[in-house]
Design a protein around this ligand. Structure first.
Ligand code: ATP
Ligand code: MN
Length: 468
């Protein structure tokens, strides 16, 4: 085949006037569909650069039957052809093929995506191929744009990207059950004289785990660089089989010196609105596709969230509202309970009909590091609750007082020897500071309108599932 520089299909479709009607171009990609008659074949080719495929028209007089037989749904081809304005509806331009090279065939009998309309459940079983569907193409492109927007947001505001460790020696965060990291021989575990696992023999000489949050280390960064954020994988061995939990997910955790809880809420609200605006500005074709397929209110919901102030109220006030509502909840409401998704969604979807930020939670249901209020009962926590999702962000102002933090650690029975480095930040140059964690996949759920968190990450890890 003659040498022509490849043009991405998105480029061809977007800038067809510039790429030049009448010019010979090359495109490469995977065949989505092939139809036609005995004279001509219409081949839709997609290279992932856009939700839209380009139509390749092949005059069968110019191609051997042998080659055309190999051009089937799922095969990968390279096409040289002339870009022309399309007479058909549905596309502005098409390519009249001069040469076609088949890079890889896809046997029609066995290619799992031969037919359209597979369920999302089935697609999870073929996670190695599902990026080739329109749905996952759209989700993965949006995922990329959100990640990029997050880095841009913080970079533009002088926050530094801090890489916190994935393997941690502290298991005191209390954010969730942890996965052990070990090189010990599980068939021959070394034991101490007391009969316990001898972690001195282990790789790090101590018990280690996969991180459940980068926050504690993030705080160390904020106490030097003022404003940092982390963006990394997070692991929780919780057996919660819900549409909102993964065992491996990504979290963004900004941590800011000199921010109080109000500054923290202002940042969280501005940040999520920025992400949504970025997606509306950069992923409109994909959003329209997802709206048509899965969620007919998607785009209006995204616009609604950026146009309205989030409702801010205390946990205590929220409990009053839930109690006064005549709603039947599966989990009964009383001051002190950890709010369930059903409660959070009632507040957001039924009562306020917009995102809500709850503050000042009972200290017993929140982490040890949150700043204690003067009432002795509540801490300066803030959770951001979204429609369809429930909790999307959890954060707080941190306790910066050495004595109070030390007392709380003792009260909860957390071994001080594991926390000495964290406590030292309060001993040397402590400062008021705040931060929060945004669950990346929960944000992607919200902006894509998808219903299950397994469908917004390329290779989901959930209980009993780590095939791909
Ligand atoms: P939830 O109550 O929903 O289980 P959490 O209170 O345990 O969440 P945090 O420890 O506050 O969560 O974590 C910060 C954010 O990380 C949450 O607001 C959420 O967006 C996200 N998140 C937490 N756990 C998971 C998970 N298992 N899978 C995906 N995202 C998660
Ligand atoms: Mn939380």
């Amino acid at each position: 085949m003659s040498e022509t520089k490849r043009t991405k299909i998105a480029q061809v479709l977007k800038h067809h006037a510039e790429s030049g009607i009448g010019n010979t171009i090359n495109i490469k990609g995977w065949v989505r569909t092939k139809r036609g008659n005995k004279n001509v074949a219409f081949i839709a080719v997609n290279d992932g650069s856009s939700i839209n495929s380009i139509q390749v028209v092949a005059d069968l007089a110019n191609f051997s039957e042998e080659v055309m037989k190999l051009v089937t749904t799922g095969s990968c081809i390279s096409v040289n052809g002339i870009l022309v304005e399309s007479p058909g509806s549905g596309q502005a331009v098409e390519i009249h093929a001069k040469e076609i090279e088949v890079y890889g065939t896809a046997d029609a009998e066995t290619y799992p995506l031969q037919k359209k309309g597979h369920t999302l459940e089935f697609l999870r079983e073929i996670a190695h191929l599902r990026p080739r569907t329109n749905t996952f193409g759209a989700v993965l492109r949006i995922r990329h744009h959100v990640a990029f927007a997050i880095h841009k947001y913080f970079n533009d505001r002088g926050f530094y990207y801090l890489h916190t460790p994935i393997i941690t020696g502290s298991d005191a965060e209390g954010a969730g059950a942890m996965f052990h990291v070990t090189t010990l021989d599980l068939n021959n575990i070394p034991k101490t004289a007391e009969g316990e696992v001898d972690f001195k023999e282990d790789f790090f000489g101590k018990s280690t785990n996969l991180t459940v949050s980068g926050q504690l280390e993030g705080e160390l960064g904020a106490m030097a660089l003022s404003e940092i954020y982390t963006f990394g994988p997070t692991f929780r061995a919780e057996n919660s089989n819900t549409p909102r939990h993964l065992a491996e997910f990504w979290m963004i955790e900004p941590e800011m010196a000199f921010y109080d809880i109000t500054d923290n809420m202002d940042l969280a609200e501005d940040f999520v609105k920025y992400i949504i605006r970025h997606v509306l500005d950069h992923c409109y074709d994909d959003l329209e596709f997802l709206q048509k397929m899965y969620d007919n209110e998607l785009i209006s919901r995204l616009n609604f969230v950026i146009e309205n102030n989030f409702e801010r109220l205390s946990y205590t006030r929220a409990i009053e509202i839930l109690t006064a509502s005549k709603q039947k909840f599966e989990f009964p409401v009383a001051w002190g309970i950890d709010l369930q998704a059903e409660h959070e969604r009632y507040l957001v979807e039924q009562h306020f009909k917009k995102p809500v930020i709850l503050t000042d939670y009972p200290k017993d249901i929140k982490a040890f590091y949150m700043k204690q209020n003067d009432d002795g009962k509540t801490v300066r926590a803030m959770d951001v609750l979204f429609p369809r999702i429930g909790e999307i962000i959890g954060g707080s102002q941190r306790e910066e007082n050495y004595e109070k933090l030390k007392a709380r650690i003792a009260e909860l029975g957390i071994p001080e020897k594991d926390m000495w480095w964290y406590l030292e930040t309060r001993k040397f140059g402590t400062a008021p500071h705040s931060g929060f964690g945004l669950g990346f996949e929960r944000m992607i759920l919200f902006v894509t309108g998808m219903a299950n968190i397994r469908d917004v990450i390329p290779f989901p890890r959930t209980p009993q599932n780590a095939e791909f």
